[in-house]
Design a protein around this ligand. Structure first.
Ligand code: AKG
Ligand code: FE2
Length: 267
């Protein structure tokens, strides 16, 4: 194909030294595909959180849905979907997760620090989202050493009815990398959004698709560094490659932009 027709100039990761308000608007509007902020956490901040996490036991995501296995510390709502709504046991899991994170006795709340730095240039504070008046989970530490399959994340398709107590314009995925492998562990993003026919490439019960689903769509990959934060549009199909030589541990949460432009987070 003629290279001039090969690349969408809006389909790019942007590297910046902070989450500028203008870049968040670009991501929401589709003028870029990801924002990368190296050094979002200092080496000391990463080491504090990582050291604490290395002493505790991680759980796995639902083993039927998430194969190969992904380890996690904390709760993600995707494991608590029942008939298109949030199941009651999510709220118990959120309470337990909050206690488990408190028990790490960190000198700061890493999710709160992520929210305040993410929102530093925004007119409204970044807050944890509510559902039915109750605050949702703040986020999760995830360890996909064997990678994540090709998938997309879009709560308005995964859940029916109002998902948050706010009207949502768009959704982002936030990751802060605390530990990265020597090799592998790249995040790959394709310029492909879900189409009903894609489900032919989706094994029953799996969260992920076969890689054939993205065909020859344009893609880019990001090799995260320790301390880097990435905000991406998770409607673009994405995957994480398996790691080699080291654990890949990241703090993650979803972010919604409301109709007033406020960012709300949830895990
Ligand atoms: O770990 C990553 O780089 C991306 C994980 C992912 O699938 C997401 O944040 O939605
Ligand atoms: Fe994802």
């Amino acid at each position: 194909m003629d290279p001039a027709y090969d690349h969408d100039p809006f389909f790019e990761p942007v590297i910046a030294d902070r989450f500028e308000r203008r870049l968040i608007a670009d991501l929401a509007a589709g003028r870029c595909a990801a924002i990368r902020v190296p050094g979002f956490f200092s080496p000391d901040e990463c080491a504090l959180v990582l050291d604490a996490l290395l002493k505790v036991e991680f759980a796995t995501y639902g083993r039927q849905r998430v194969r190969p296995e992904v380890m996690r510390f904390g709760v993600g709502v995707s494991d608590y979907r029942k008939n298109g709504t949030i199941s009651d046991d999510y709220w118990t899991a959120v309470d337990e997760s909050r206690r488990a994170w408190d028990d790490l006795k960190l000198p700061f709340d890493p999710f709160e620090l992520c929210r305040s730095r993410l929102g530093a240039e925004l007119p409204q504070p970044v807050e944890v989202a509510r559902h039915g008046g109750r605050p949702m989970g703040a986020g999760v530490a995830r360890e996909p050493n064997q990678g994540f399959l090709v998938h997309f994340d879009d709560a308005q398709r995964e859940f029916s009815g109002p998902f948050l107590d706010a009207d949502i314009i768009c959704q982002f995925a936030f990751n802060l990398y605390l530990s990265v492998p020597d090799e592998g562990g790249e995040t790959v993003v394709w310029r492909h959004r879900w189409h009903p026919a894609d489900d032919k490439h989706k094994p029953a019960g799996s969260y992920g698709f076969e890689e054939s689903v993205v065909g020859d769509a344009e893609s880019f990959h990001m090799r995260p560094r320790t301390g880097e934060a990435v905000l991406l549009d998770p409607r673009n199909f994405h995957a994480v490659r398996p790691s080699n030589g080291g654990r890949r541990i990241a703090l993650g949460f979803s972010v919604s932009m409301t109709d007033t432009g406020q960012l709300l987070t949830w895990g």
